[in-house]
Design a protein around this ligand. Structure first.
Ligand SMILES: [Zn+2]
Length: 347
C-alpha cells in the first residue's frame, strides 16, 4: 500500500486577497472538501512555519523583513497582482513550512506527499513578490532538502501554466537543482524561452518547454515522457518536487491549455514512475496556480488518487493515444532537445 501525505490547514485561508482576486481562500476550500472524499487513503501532515534561516536561504533578509512589516497592517499591493493582508506574512511562512513538513514526511518514511498551501510561490524572486507569490515555497523546499538531508540532486518539475521565473532564477547557476518547466509562451511573466538553459555551472540544468495555447492531456504526457523523463533518468535526482499548477485546466479563467482531470492523473503517473525509477518513489507536490474551482477540486482528487495508489491508469490505452499524438509535439521536443544537446543524451 502506497503511503501518501497531505498538508492542509485552515490557517491557509487567512491570507486574504480581496473579494475579486482569483487567488482566494475558496481555492483551498474546494480542494479540502474534495480531499474529504479520499479520507482514510492519506496521512495528514501538520505544517509548521518556515524559519527565518530557511526562508533567507532563498530570499534577501531585507525583503523578508519588509513582508514581516506588513503583519497586522492594512491590505495592500506588493505588485499589481500580489496582495498582502494582516495575516499574510504568517501564512506565507506556514506555506513554505508546509512544504518543508511534506518533504520531511517523505524523507522520513512516506512514499510521497502533497502540500495544498497558499499563497503560491514559483514567481517570487529573491527580493520581490510577483504573480500572487510572496515566498518561493518550492525553491525554499529544494534548498532545505539539499542542506537538511545532504542531497546533491533535486529535480523541480513545474507544470503550472506560467513560467516559474523565481524558481529558475534561484537555481540558474546551480547544478544541484534541475528546473524543468512547461508553460504557455509568450505569456506572463515573459521568461522561459527554450534558450534559457542555465549559466556557469548550472548550464544544462534549466529546461524550458515554452508552449502555444491549446495543448491537451496527450500533448503534455508526451512532453513529460520525451523531454522530462530522459533528462530525469540521466540526472538521477534524489528527490522530485512538483510545482503543480492547475491553471492548465481546460476551463481555467487565466489559461489557454486543454488539460482535463484525467490528464493531471496521467502526468502524476509519469512523474511517479520516474520517481520510482530513480529515487525510491520520493516526490512531493506543491500547489501553485489553478483558478477554476471545480476543475481544481476534481483535478486534485485525481492526482491524490494516483499518489495514494487508488487509481491505476489504463497505461496501454494512454500509450496508444500518446504514440498517435506524438507528431503534434515532435517539433517542440526536437527544439528543446537541440537547445540542450551538449548536456543530455537522448535515446
Ligand atoms: Zn500559474
Amino acid at each position: 500500500m502506497v503511503k501518501t501525505g497531505i498538508v492542509r490547514d485552515e490557517r491557509y485561508l487567512e491570507h486574504e486577497t480581496g473579494s475579486y482576486h482569483v487567488e482566494n481562500p475558496e481555492r483551498l476550500l474546494h480542494i479540502y472538501k474534495a480531499l474529504d472524499d479520499l479520507q482514510g487513503f492519506f496521512v495528514e501532515v501538520p505544517p509548521r512555519q518556515a524559519t527565518q534561516q530557511e526562508v533567507t536561504a532563498v530570499h534577501d533578509p531585507g525583503y523578508v523583513a519588509s513582508i514581516a512589516a506588513t503583519a497586522g497592517g492594512p491590505m495592500r499591493h506588493l505588485d499589481p497582482d500580489t496582495v498582502v493582508s494582516p495575516k499574510s506574512y504568517e501564512v506565507a511562512l506556514l506555506a513554505a513550512g508546509g512544504l518543508l513538513a511534506a518533504i520531511d514526511a517523505v524523507m522520513e518514511g512516506l512514499d510521497n506527499a502533497s502540500a495544498f498551501i497558499r499563497p503560491p510561490g514559483h514567481h517570487a524572486e529573491r527580493n520581490r513578490a510577483m504573480g500572487f507569490c510572496i515566498f518561493n515555497n518550492v525553491a525554499i523546499g529544494a534548498r532545505y532538502a539539499l542542506s537538511k538531508y545532504g542531497l546533491e540532486r533535486v529535480l523541480i518539475a513545474d507544470w503550472d501554466l506560467h513560467h516559474g521565473n523565481g524558481t529558475q532564477r534561484t537555481f540558474y547557476s546551480d547544478p544541484h537543482v534541475l528546473y524543468f518547466s512547461t508553460h504557455q509562451y509568450p505569456y506572463y511573466p515573459g521568461t522561459g524561452h527554450y534558450t534559457e538553459i542555465g549559466e556557469g555551472e548550472g548550464r544544462g540544468f534549466t529546461v524550458n518547454v515554452p508552449l502555444s495555447a491549446g495543448q491537451d492531456d496527450v500533448d503534455y504526457a508526451n512532453i513529460f515522457k520525451h523531454i522530462l523523463r530522459p533528462i530525469a533518468l540521466a540526472y538521477r535526482p534524489q528527490l522530485i518536487l512538483v510545482s503543480a499548477g492547475f491553471d492548465i485546466y481546460f476551463q481555467d479563467p487565466l489559461g489557454g491549455m486543454n488539460v482535463t482531470e484525467r490528464g493531471f492523473a496521467r502526468l502524476t503517473d509519469i512523474v511517479m514512475d520516474i520517481a520510482q525509477t530513480v529515487c525510491e518513489g520520493k516526490f512531493v507536490i506543491t500547489l501553485e496556480g489553478g483558478y477554476n474551482l471545480q476543475g481544481l477540486a476534481g483535478s486534485v482528487k485525481e492526482v491524490v488518487s494516483v499518489m495514494a495508489g487508488r487509481t491505476t491508469l489504463d497505461k496501454g490505452k494512454w500509450e496508444e493515444k500518446e504514440i498517435k499524438g506524438f507528431p503534434r509535439v515532435q517539433g517542440i521536443v526536437n527544439t528543446t532537445r537541440r537547445s540542450l544537446q551538449d548536456f543530455w543524451q537522448w535515446e
